[in-house]
Design a protein around this ligand. Structure first.
Ligand code: ADP
Ligand code: MG
Length: 378
C-alpha cells in the first residue's frame, strides 16, 4: 500500500511527503451503553487509512483518493466544501481544526486504505483520524491533544457528513495502542488501557451483509425507554442504576422499559467483568460475557435479527469461545473470539450454512489489536 501511495504522489505532485496512518476499530463489549453514561471497550485494528501529505505553500488542498480513483481540490473557508462525500471528511477535519483556533494551510495528499467501508469497522473514523493527526503534526506542533483530535473527527461527522455519531469510533482510532483495548467511561470521558493479548485465539468478524431498515427509529425508541426508567429512578442516566433499584419500580413501568433497562444495567457490569478477566488473562470468561451480551441484545434489548442470531448459534455449536453482535444491531457484524485450532472449521461452517440459508456468504475479517493514529514509519 505504501509503495502504491508513494508512486501516485510522485506522479501527481512530484517528490515526497510525510506518511501518516490511522486505524479502524472494533468494540469488544459495551453496546448501547454510550448514551446511558456507561462504558465502551474498543480497540484499534490492523486495518488502516494511510496518507502521504506535504504542505504546498498555497491556500488550497489537493487530494487524490486511490481507492475511489477521484481527485478533489478545495479551499479552507466554510464556503469551499467539496462536492465529493469522501473529500468532505478531509475538508471537515480542516474546518474543525480552524474553528478551534488551530492552524491549517494548503497541502497535497494521496491516500488509500484497507478498512472495509460500511462494514462496522469505522473506515470514516480512520480517515478523519489520519488527517487530524497529520494536520496536528504538520501545522500545529502536536499542540492539539489526542482526545481533541477525536472530537474533531466526531464534529466532522456531525457538521459535514450528516452522521450524528458518538465519540467511540474516533477515540479508538486516535488513541488505539497495540495489544491494548481501552475502557472509555462515556460519562467522565476518562479512559484506561487494558492488555489484550489473546495468545492462541483469533478475533474474527463475520459481516452478515444484511441491514434491516426499520420504519420507526428503533434507536430512538430504545433511548426513550432508558431515559424514562432513569427518570423514574431519579437518575440522570442508567449509569448509577442497579438491578435492585430496577426491581423496586418494576410494577410502575412497562415490561418493555424494564427489559431495556435490565440489559443496560447488566451490560455495564459485563464491561467491568471483562476488564477484571483480562487483568487475569482469562479469555474464557471474556467469551462468556460476549455470549451474555448477545443474548441480552437479542432477547431484552431486541436489536438483533434472524441472520445475526443464526451466526451466533453457529459459533456456539462450533465451540467458539465468545460471539456477539457488534454495533447497533439489525444487521452488520458479529465479533468472535475463536481458539486458533477451531478457526478454519468455524469460518467454513459459518460460510456454508449462512449461504445455504440466506443465499450469500458472510464476509470474514480477522483483526489484530494495533496502534491508532501515527506517523507511518515502518
Ligand atoms: P464506516 O462504517 O466504514 O465508517 P461510513 O459510511 O461511516 O462507513 O464511511 C464510509 C465513507 O468514508 C465512504 O463512503 C468514503 O466517503 C469514506 N472512506 C472510507 N474509506 C475510504 C477510502 N479507503 N478511500 C476513500 N474514502 C473512504
Ligand atoms: Mg463511519
Amino acid at each position: 500500500m505504501k509503495a502504491k501511495i508513494q508512486s501516485e504522489f510522485e506522479k501527481r505532485f512530484g517528490g515526497e511527503g510525510t506518511f501518516y496512518a490511522s486505524a479502524g476499530r472494533i468494540n469488544l463489549i459495551g453496546e448501547h451503553t454510550d448514551y446511558n453514561g456507561g462504558f465502551v471497550f474498543p480497540g484499534a485494528i490492523d486495518k488502516v487509512i494511510a496518507a502521504e501529505i506535504r504542505p504546498n505553500d498555497t491556500d488550497k488542498v489537493r487530494v487524490y483518493s486511490i481507492d475511489i480513483d477521484d481527485y478533489a481540490e478545495f479551499g479552507l473557508n466554510e464556503a469551499d466544501a467539496p462536492e465529493q462525500s469522501w473529500a468532505r471528511y478531509i475538508f471537515g477535519v480542516c474546518r474543525e481544526i480552524l474553528k478551534r483556533g488551530g492552524k491549517v494551510q494548503g497541502f497535497d495528499a494521496v491516500f488509500a486504505g484497507n478498512v472495509p467501508l460500511g462494514a462496522g469497522l469505522s473506515s470514516s473514523a480512520a480517515l478523519e483520524s489520519c488527517f487530524a493527526f497529520a494536520l496536528n503534526d504538520l501545522f500545529n506542533e502536536n499542540n492539539i491533544d489526542k482526545f481533541e483530535l477525536a472530537r474533531i473527527g466526531q464534529s466532522t461527522e456531525h457538521n459535514y457528513c450528516g452522521v450524528n455519531c458518538g465519540i467511540m469510533d474516533q477515540f479508538a482510532s486516535v488513541c488505539g495502542k497495540k495489544g491494548h483495548l481501552m475502557r472509555l467511561d462515556c460519562r467522565s470521558m476518562e479512559f484506561e488501557y487494558y492488555p489484550f493479548n489473546p495468545e492462541g485465539y483469533t478475533l474474527v468478524l463475520l459481516d452478515s451483509r444484511v441491514k434491516h431498515e426499520l420504519a420507526d427509529s428503533p434507536y430512538n425508541k430504545r433511548r426513550a425507554s432508558c431515559e424514562r426508567v432513569a427518570k423514574r429512578l431519579g437518575l440522570e442516566t442508567l449509569r448509577d442504576a442497579t438491578m435492585e433499584m430496577l426491581e423496586a419500580v418494576k410494577s410502575d413501568i412497562t415490561a418493555e422499559d424494564y427489559f431495556r433497562a435490565k440489559f443496560v444495567i447488566e451490560e455495564k457490569q459485563r464491561v467491568l467483568d471483562v476488564c477484571d478477566a483480562l487483568n487475569n488473562g482469562d479469555y474464557e470468561t471474556v467469551g462468556k460475557c460476549m455470549y451474555a451480551t448477545h443474548n441480552g441484545l437479542s432477547k431484552d434489548y431486541e436489536v438483533s435479527c434472524e441472520e445475526l442470531d443464526y451466526l451466533n448459534d453457529i459459533a456456539k455449536e462450533c465451540g467458539v469461545t465468545g460471539s456477539r453482535i457488534m454495533g447497533g444491531g439489525f444487521g452488520g457484524c458479529t465479533i468472535n473470539l475463536v481458539k486458533n485450532e477451531l478457526l478454519d472449521h468455524f469460518i467454513n461452517e459459518a460460510k456454508t450454512r449462512f449461504n445455504e440459508k440466506y443465499g450469500h456468504e458472510p464476509k470474514v475479517y480477522e483483526v489484530i489489536i494495533s496502534d491508532g493514529a501515527r506517523r507511518w514509519e515502518e
